[in-house]
Design a protein around this ligand. Structure first.
Ligand code: ACO
Length: 278
């Protein structure tokens, strides 16, 4: 019923200079997400989340695709053949790792090297930042084979796109290229494929310079406040900063000290030197 690839090989990763490069690794299937890949991705996220040598996670794809969405055979047809229990289990396995990604301890970057379809919008939104190749292609192709964009994809479209664009993108099933994806706000930037890794590495290195407790508090805040009233957000942000102080009492004091007393940097122009704090 499934391909011969071992479950453990459906995701590849390596850690270099505090950056975890995680790859969808079914290039011959355009990295579509099978239950086996979904289970393996959760194991990989588990392994990397609190590793002290990992400061940023990059999610990319082997070969010509980032991810061609859900595996229409293994995720849909084979799971549905096992009845409702099979369907629900397959959904749980996929949604669980996308949720883990949305609230991951470290900052995350989607490096979209090629095709990104349907269910791929789940992990795309799960990543805090997204960079793509100009040549990448994005599509909510669900409508082309007869379903709605489930698994959060419709929500991602509404979160990231204007109403009109979300509706057109969903109903027409037409692809957009990387440049348009950046213009529409689906990704942060589109760059020529040859420069993609270099650009993502530079962003990852900049993130590594920041206070990691502040980064986690800030990324969660941006996700949380979207659905709060102004007053609730104001209150949440006070509590979130005070909770962050619990994990890192000295960081902000050191940031102020290096600027006001030592005059060794300017917060308006870059991050304080965390090595002096440690
Ligand atoms: N599910 C299952 N198998 C897939 C998927 C998928 N989503 N995407 C690609 N494959 C398989 C193909 O069936 C083919 O398998 P085979 O070699 O055994 O015949 C192999 O991957 C290579 O695919 P090709 O179509 O030959 O690759 P090509 O580069 O020509 O086209 C493209 C790439 C455009 C991504 C095409 O594969 C495609 O349209 N895939 C489906 C995209 C899609 O609509 N995904 C579902 C979104 S909806 C959702 O996720 C809920």
């Amino acid at each position: 019923m499934t391909t011969n690839q071992a479950e453990s090989e459906t995701v590849a990763f390596e850690v270099t200079d505090q950056i975890a490069w995680v790859r969808f690794n079914r290039p011959e299937k355009r990295n579509c997400m099978s239950p086996r890949l979904n289970r393996q991705m959760l194991r990989v996220l588990d392994e990397l989340e609190f590793r002290p040598d990992v400061g940023v996670l990059v999610l990319t794809g082997a070969g010509t695709a980032w991810s061609a969405g859900m595996d229409l055979k293994e995720y849909f047809r084979d799971s549905e053949a096992e009845g409702l229990a099979g369907t629900r289990q397959a959904q749980r396995e996929a949604y669980t790792w996308w949720r883990r990604l949305r609230w991951f301890q470290k900052p995350t970057i989607a490096m979209v090297n090629g095709w990104c379809f349907g269910g791929g919008y789940g992990p795309l939104f799960g990543c805090d930042l997204a960079f793509c190749a100009l040549e990448a292609q994005f599509g909510l192709s669900e409508i082309n084979w007869g379903i709605l964009p489930g698994g959060g994809a419709a929500k991602v479209a509404r979160e990231l796109l204007s109403f009109r664009r979300a509706m057109y993108h969903t109903l027409m099933g037409e692809n957009i290229d990387g440049r348009t994806a950046a213009e529409w706000g689906l990704v942060n930037e589109a760059v020529p494929a040859a420069q993609l890794q270099e650009r993502v590495t530079a962003v990852a290195r900049a993130l590594l310079q920041k206070n990691p407790v502040a980064i986690k508090a800030a990324k969660d805040a941006i996700r949380r406040v979207g659905e709060m009233t102004y007053d609730n957000a104001e209150d949440y942000l006070i509590r979130a900063q005070e909770a962050a102080n619990f994990y890192d009492a000295e960081g902000r004091q050191e940031g102020i000290r290096q600027f006001i007393d030592e005059k060794s940097y300017k917060p308006g122009l870059g991050a304080y030197d965390r090595s002096k704090q440690e």
